[in-house]
Each structure stands twice: as structure tokens, then as C-alpha cells.
Design a protein around this ligand. Structure first.
Ligand code: NAI
Ligand code: MG
Length: 365
């Protein structure tokens, strides 16, 4: 069996607490002979800053380049609120995304039947929901130049952000979306604002071209981003894969997230290009939530987002579909059995802490 090189970066706050539960699942997979891992571990975020003055060390970056996949907990916290902007904890995560060229952010929004009543929408609108948002992560308005605030002569100020997309960036994210759709319900909605933005015009054109030349078997629909937002809360189950740019993806994925309940439930993946020589795709998996300083150190954080992120790694980096299915089924199982951390707890359910939830998942497995 192939040995998969996995780098664990627990990070700050609840990061190390939820990572401890993932280690139990990794150990279980290993012990069952379902997967074989070579594990490395290092610091990121505030923890790395405290140790070496940088939010990620060169040594950790080298390990990241050598890994088949990276699992990251979370970074940040009030302790580092006043450190220099360039070395703030989040900069460690941004450097990983940028240097590894992780251009495709996958944000699944799945609604477990046991939690359908925790959604902000009615049960029948969300029960069985399974949407995957594919967000462009390394381009667009968050990175485009110029990006400035200048003083004007009349005492006013002017702020500029610039949205830039080149066709290759749109093409590669479109390909990821179409490939993923083929493993799902075979439907892609591409969303932009071609009515008011040039990047939207190019986006729509390139996605259509990629579709026409290589993915005719996938159903493609174009939707304006504002309309897509509306549809997501009106009838979310109409969607399979949504592909969009960095800014709209940031917003739409948070909207989709809230359809499913708690932040503590949401995994994510960030994928890079397939390398020519190894044939491997660089990838980082992390929960959507942050370091949650308000509950850190209390042993109450929900580890499901982190465990779900491991399941995504099994699926997308290692091709261990059966193992991924089993981990996801175990998550659904513990929820159906009534186990709840505080963030998803409701009357009559069995309240557990971080370790209790991890143990329940292992027992279910
Ligand atoms: P957050 O996601 O850390 O917390 C938001 C709220 O959700 C808090 O009330 C928290 O207790 C709760 N929560 C989050 N994850 C949970 C879990 N697994 N189980 C139970 N409850 C959970 O976002 P916030 O408070 O805005 O940011 C806190 C710190 O984390 C900041 O320093 C921020 O910069 C950083 N952050 C890091 C991210 C990352 O590492 N990818 C993402 C978002 C924020
Ligand atoms: Mg966001």
C-alpha cells in the first residue's frame, strides 16, 4: 500500500484540540490497514510566530512542499492582535496558499438529516442538501494591483482595489469544477457579474469555452452572482457545483455554510495544479472555522469540521474513496445517535466535548 505523506499544522486556539481528534481517526485508518501515513507536524500562525518570529518557518514550508497533503487546524487569536501586519498569524496561511499555488477552494455545504432543524431555513429546504462551492482563491480583487489608499488634495481619501483575472486562471478553476461535477450530479453553475464587470465577461466566456471543448457531458448554467445568492437561500437543493471567483466565492460559501448549521461542521479543501512529474495535486485541508479563542482550551470545540477535512483529503488527495465514505458515514452516524458538542446541541441530545466527539466517531467507525 502506498504511504501518504501528511503534514499536520495544528496552529492556534482550538486548532490543536480538533487536530488531536483527527489523529485518532488517522490512527484508526492505519490500524485497520485502510491507509498508511507518514506523518510530519509543525507550527503555523501565532504558535510559529512565538517560536521563530515568522507565522511559518522555512523548515515548515519545505515540509509543506514535500507533503502529499496538509491538514491545518486554525490560526490567530487576540494574543497576536498587535504583531506586525506582515507576520500576523493569518500571513502563515496566506503564504501556504500563495506559495503552493492553491487556486481552487472547495467548500462543501452538506446538511446532515440529524441537524436539518439547526439550519436557518426550513427542514424540507435543506434536508439532504449537498452543494459544493468551488471558489477561485489566488486571484481576483483580494490580490489585484493597484491596491491603495491615497490622500487627495481636497482632504478626501481614495481607496482602490483591483479585480484582475487572466484567462488561464479561469480555465484551470473551471476544469476543477467540471471534473468534480463528474464525480457528483454532473451539474455546474458558473457565477459572475458579466453585466457590470469585465472580469465577469471574460469569466463567462472562458468557462463556456472550456465546457464546449472538453466537458459537454456536464450541464452548465450561468447565473449572475446576486441572483445566485438569492437562489441559494430560496431553493439551495437545485445546486450541485457552483464555480465562482474569489470575492463572490467568499460570500456565497459563507451563505451556503449557514444553511447547514454550525461553523464547527464545515470542512474545506484548497487544491493546486497537478504537477507534471509526480502527477500529484498540491492540497491543503482545513476547517472553515477559525481559532475560536472564546472557547479555546476548554475541550468543547466541535472536531467534526476537522475530521471532515481529513475525509476530503482521503477523497481528493489519496483516492481513498471507501475510507472517505466511511469517515463521513461515521460523522452522520454519531449525529444520528444524538451526540452533540455545545455549538450544535439541542434539548434531549447527548452533550459531549471535543474528545468525546472524537471517541464517538472512532466507536462508530
Ligand atoms: P472563529 O471561527 O474562530 O469563531 C467564530 C465563532 O464560532 C466563535 O464563537 C467560536 O467559538 C465558534 N466556533 C468556531 N469553530 C468552532 C468549533 N469547531 N466548535 C464550536 N464552536 C466553534 O472566528 P472568529 O472569532 O472571527 O476569529 C477568531 C480568530 O481566528 C481570529 O484571530 C481570526 O483571525 C482567526 N480565523 C482564522 C481562520 C483560519 O485559520 N482559517 C478563519 C477564521 C478566523
Ligand atoms: Mg469568509
Amino acid at each position: 500500500m502506498a504511504t501518504h505523506k501528511l503534514l499536520l499544522l495544528p496552529g492556534d486556539g482550538i486548532g490543536s484540540e480538533v487536530m488531536a481528534e483527527v489523529k485518532k481517526v488517522i490512527g484508526w485508518l492505519d490500524a485497520q490497514g485502510l491507509a498508511s501515513f507518514a506523518i510530519e507536524e509543525d507550527l503555523v500562525g501565532g504558535a510559529a510566530y512565538d517560536s521563530c518570529g515568522q507565522p511559518i518557518s522555512e523548515e515548515a514550508m519545505a515540509k509543506a512542499f514535500a507533503a502529499d497533503a496538509i491538514l491545518l487546524g486554525a490560526v490567530g487569536g487576540p494574543k497576536w492582535a498587535n504583531v506586525h501586519y506582515e507576520v500576523r498569524p493569518e500571513a502563515g496561511l496566506l503564504r501556504l496558499r500563495k506559495d503552493l499555488q492553491l487556486f481552487a477552494n472547495l467548500r462543501p455545504a452538506m446538511c446532515y438529516p440529524a441537524l436539518a432543524d439547526a439550519s436557518s431555513l426550513k427542514r424540507d429546504l435543506v434536508e439532504g442538501l449537498d452543494v459544493l462551492i468551488v471558489r477561485e482563491l489566488t486571484g481576483g480583487v483580494y490580490f489585484g494591483e493597484p491596491k491603495t489608499i491615497t490622500d487627495l488634495s481636497d482632504g478626501q481619501k481614495r481607496a482602490i482595489d483591483t479585480q484582475v483575472y487572466e484567462s488561464y486562471e479561469i480555465e484551470r478553476i473551471a476544469r476543477v469544477a467540471f471534473e468534480l461535477a463528474r464525480t457528483r450530479k454532473n451539474r455546474v453553475v458558473s457565477t459572475e457579474k458579466h453585466n457590470v464587470m469585465k472580469t465577469g465577461v471574460l469569466w463567462k466566456q472562458v468557462v463556456s469555452e472550456v465546457h464546449g471543448s472538453d466537458y459537454n457531458d456536464v450541464t452548465l448554467e450561468h447565473q449572475l452572482a446576486d441572483s445566485c445568492g438569492m437562489q441559494l437561500v430560496r431553493a439551495p437543493k437545485q445546486f450541485d457545483v457552483i464555480v465562482t471567483d474569489n470575492l463572490f466565492g467568499d460570500i456565497l460559501s459563507d451563505v451556503a455554510a449557514m444553511l447547514t448549521g454550525s461553523l464547527g461542521m464545515l470542512p474545506s479543501a484548497s487544491l493546486g495544479a497537478v504537477e507534471e512529474i509526480s502527477g500529484k495535486r498540491r492540497a491543503l485541508y482545513e476547517p472553515v472555522h477559525g481559532a475560536a479563542p472564546d472557547i479555546a482550551g476548554q475541550g468543547v470545540a466541535n472536531p467534526i469540521a476537522m475530521i471532515g477535512s481529513l475525509a476530503m483529503a482521503l477523497r481528493y488527495s489519496f483516492g481513498l474513496i471507501e475510507a472517505a465514505d466511511r469517515v463521513e458515514a461515521a460523522i452522520a452516524g454519531v449525529l444520528a445517535d444524538g451526540y452533540r458538542t455545545g455549538d450544535i446541541w439541542s434539548e434531549g441530545m447527548t452533550r459531549v466535548g471535543t474528545a468525546g466527539m472524537g471517541d464517538a466517531v472512532i466507536a462508530e467507525l
